[in-house]
Design a protein around this ligand. Structure first.
Ligand SMILES: [Zn+2]
Length: 328
């Protein structure tokens, strides 16, 4: 595939949380999923009490939208429309497997939340999770910057979507009982500012639930620079549990509860990583060769086993935080 999308960037040698110069963790990475041009470096903060991983150089904020010109929503469009049968088949297998293995611990946590009130999903994509939460009794709204995802969320599910970045959406202060961020915080330039805005729109006592890839889980340990969730240049950060806690505290959440989850993408994570290792890229929506298909369940079982005895092998971090009543 031609790498025809160019992004303007700026160097980011230092950690945005503690200011220390980052050590080079991976260098010469390319976009392995879609078609953004360029070579990318990931740095890691040398401070063990931080451990943040970030992209250097980093695309300019005003340029980053180009990195999503081809993205997962395109697969959704294909599967809604005339549809390549392989895309439809893979999506069906993916969903069935996720249900069977009950791997989406984040969704299961959301399903248990009571009482059900007003929910805002920030970075809601095409709105699948919102539709599910609405069916469980929540009054739901989404925020999404990508116009194609907004269109699908409105047309397919009839959802109320604010088509803007959350800070520009003109949302009222203190109105939501729950704000969710699923695989969003790693995509934004200023995670602290994002969380502050989420905190502002929460009512006092309201909760924020976020989930993001875990920098030190099974995927990164086993697949190294081939781990699909590094996803340069769309993932600007990959968080350790400590770094993520620090980001929440800076945004004004006093006692964020940080939990390592096994990871919802038990199918796509090894599949994508194995394909990147084999051929330098993973092409979403294509059927991989038999040897990859056979290796995926072995990785799934081994990761489940490691995670059972050591949660640090979890591939996702969940944070649950409450807006304290007293502070503004
Ligand atoms: Zn740091």
């Amino acid at each position: 595939m031609a790498r025809n999308i160019l992004l303007a960037t700026r160097p980011r040698p230092a950690c945005c949380l503690c200011g220390r110069e980052g050590l080079v963790l991976h260098d010469g990475l390319q976009d392995r999923l879609f078609n953004v041009a360029g070579e990318w470096r990931l740095r890691q903060c040398p401070d063990e009490s931080c451990g943040l991983i970030w992209l250097d150089p980093m695309p300019l904020e005003e340029e980053i939208v180009k990195a999503y010109a081809v993205y997962y929503h395109s697969l959704e469009e294909i599967s809604i429309g005339q549809g390549r049968w392989s895309v439809r088949l893979l999506r069906a297998v993916w969903k069935a497997w996720a249900r069977l293995t009950r791997a989406d611990q984040f969704q299961r946590r959301l399903d248990r939340l009571q009482p059900r009130g007003r929910l805002l999903d920030v970075g809601c994509g095409v709105g699948e999770r919102l539709a599910r939460m609405r069916a469980r009794g929540w009054a739901v709204e989404g925020v999404e910057v990508d116009p194609r995802s907004v269109r699908i969320a409105r047309e397919k599910y009839g959802l109320t979507i604010h088509a803007a970045a959350v800070a520009q959406a003109g949302l009222p202060e203190g109105q939501y009982d729950l704000v969710t961020l699923s695989h969003v915080i790693e995509h934004v330039h200023d995670p602290v500012a994002l969380l502050r805005e989420c905190r502002r729109v929460l009512r006092p006592g309201g909760r924020l639930l976020a989930v993001t890839p875990h920098a030190h889980g099974y995927g990164h340990r086993v697949f190294g620079q081939d781990w699909v969730d590094l996803e340069p240049p769309r993932h600007l950060y990959v968080f350790s549990a400590l770094a993520l806690r620090a980001v929440f505290e800076r945004a004004g959440f006093d006692t964020p509860e940080v939990t390592l989850l096994r990871g919802a993408n038990t199918l796509f994570s090894p599949l994508g990583s194995l394909e990147i290792r084999r051929q330098g890229r993973c092409v979403p929506g294509t059927i991989p060769p038999l040897r990859t298909m056979l290796a995926v369940p072995l990785h799934q079982m081994w990761q489940a086993c490691r995670f059972r005895f050591d949660p640090r092998y979890g591939d996702e971090i969940q944070v649950e935080a409450t807006k304290a009543d007293a502070r503004p």
